[in-house]
Design a protein around this ligand. Structure first.
Ligand SMILES: [Zn+2]
Length: 332
C-alpha cells in the first residue's frame, strides 16, 4: 500500500511526501479529524515510508516493509485504546506493553535500526497525568525518532502537547471519494448512493453500513421516527438497536441522514431515499436537533430509547396544534 492508492486528503499527502523527501520530518506530528476518514491508515503508511530505504517508499517489498506488514518491525511502537476505550498510562514499573509509560521507557533505549516511529492512536483518551508524562517525549523523542499523535480533535489534548506538534488536519471525505472506496469493496452494493450521502464523509461508517443488518436497523429507526413525527405513532414499539451497531452509531448516522435531507431540500440535490423515511425540510431539521441533543446525552448513559420517543412525541404534538392536548386522564 502506498500513498497513491489513498482516496482523498491529497493536500495532506503531498505535504507528508514533501516532509519525507526533505528529510526534515518533525519529531511530533498531530493528525486531527473525525473518526473513520483514514488518519490511522495514512500514519501507518507514513511510518512504513520512514523505515523503507527504497526510492518510492514504502516499496512494500524490502525487508522493513515486509516486517511492517507483518506487524513485527522492531522500532515501530503503537499505542491504542484498550477495551475501556482509553490508552492506558501503565504502572510505574513500565512493563505494560502498549501503555504510555512502557513507550516512554522504550524510547530511552537504543532502537534496532536507528530510529523509532511511534503512533499514539487516540491521544485524547489518555488521562491528564498520562499526557503530562508524555509531554517530554513529544518534545524530544530521541534522535531521529518520530511520534505521530492521532486525535479526533485537539480539545482533549493538553495545549502544551499541541503546541509542540505540527498539526495536520484531515477533512471528511467527499461523496465521490467515498463512492470510489465502497465501489472497490462492494462493486454490486445496493443503496450505494444513499450510503455515500449519509456516512458523513467517513469511509469507515460507509463500509459498516454495507452490513445488511446494520442498514436495516437504520431504516427501521428512520421509519419509526417518521411514524411518530407524522402522528401515526407505532404502538409502543421500541427502537431496536440490538441488530445494529449500537445507539451511538445509529444516532450519528441518523443525524447525517437528516442533515443531508435538509441540505438536499435546499440545494435540490437528488438522493434516493425510501419513501417511508423521507421527511420534509422542517421535520428533518427538528429531527437533527433532537438527535444532536440525545447524542450529547449518550455520554451520561441516558436511556436513548425512551428519551428519543419522548422528544419525538412532544415535537409532533406541538407541531399539529401549537400545544399538547391538556391531559385530564388523572382526574378520572
Ligand atoms: Zn520498502
Amino acid at each position: 500500500m502506498s500513498f497513491h492508492k489513498i482516496k482523498g486528503h491529497q493536500n495532506q499527502l503531498k505535504y507528508l511526501s514533501r516532509l519525507k523527501e526533505s528529510g526534515l520530518i518533525p519529531h511530533a506530528l498531530l493528525f486531527t479529524g473525525q473518526q473513520g476518514i483514514g488518519k490511522r491508515l495514512i500514519a501507518d503508511i507514513f511510518a512504513a515510508s520512514v523505515f523503507c530505504k527504497e526510492k518510492d517508499s514504502p516499496c512494500g517489498k524490502c525487508h522493513s516493509c515486509v516486517q511492517m506488514k507483518a506487524g513485527s518491525y522492531p522500532d515501530f511502537l503503537v499505542l491504542e485504546r484498550d477495551d475501556k476505550g482509553k490508552i492506558p498510562v501503565g504502572a510505574s514499573d513500565k512493563s505494560q506493553q502498549g501503555s504510555v509509560r512502557w513507550m516512554i521507557d522504550r524510547l530511552t533505549r537504543s532502537s534496532i535500526n536507528g530510529r523509532y516511529v511511534v503512533i499514539v492512536d487516540g491521544v485524547e483518551t489518555i488521562s491528564e497525568s498520562g499526557q503530562n508524562a508524555l509531554l517530554k517525549t513529544v518534545e524530544e523523542p530521541g534522535s531521529d525518532s518520530h511520534i505521530i499523535l492521532i486525535a479526533e480533535s485537539k480539545s482533549g489534548i493538553l495545549p502544551t502537547i499541541v503546541s509542540r506538534c505540527i498539526e495536520i488536519n484531515f477533512n471528511p471525505l467527499s461523496v465521490s471519494d467515498i463512492n470510489d472506496i465502497v465501489e472497490e469493496r462492494f462493486p454490486d452494493g445496493e443503496n450505494s448512493s444513499m450510503i455515500s450521502s449519509i456516512c458523513g464523509g467517513s469511509a469507515d461508517v460507509a463500509l459498516r453500513l454495507y452490513d445488511d443488518k446494520i442498514f436495516a436497523g437504520i431504516i427501521a429507526a428512520a421509519k419509526e421516527i417518521k411514524g411518530i413525527l407524522r402522528g401515526r405513532g407505532t404502538a409502543g414499539k421500541a427502537f431496536d438497536f440490538s441488530g445494529t451497531a449500537g445507539p451511538a452509531f445509529v444516532i450519528t448516522v441518523l443525524i447525517n441522514l437528516y442533515s443531508f435531507m435538509v441540505r438536499s431540500h435546499i440545494t435540490g440535490e437528488v438522493v434516493m431515499y425510501p419513501d417511508d423515511i423521507a421527511l420534509d425540510e422542517g421535520e428533518a431539521e427538528k429531527a437533527v436537533k433532537i438527535l444532536l441533543a440525545i447524542k450529547k446525552g449518550l455520554k451520561n448513559n441516558l436511556n436513548v430509547n425512551s428519551i428519543l420517543k419522548g422528544m419525538l412525541y412532544s415535537v409532533s404534538e406541538i407541531n399539529s396544534r401549537g400545544f399538547p392536548d391538556p391531559d385530564f386522564s388523572w382526574l378520572l
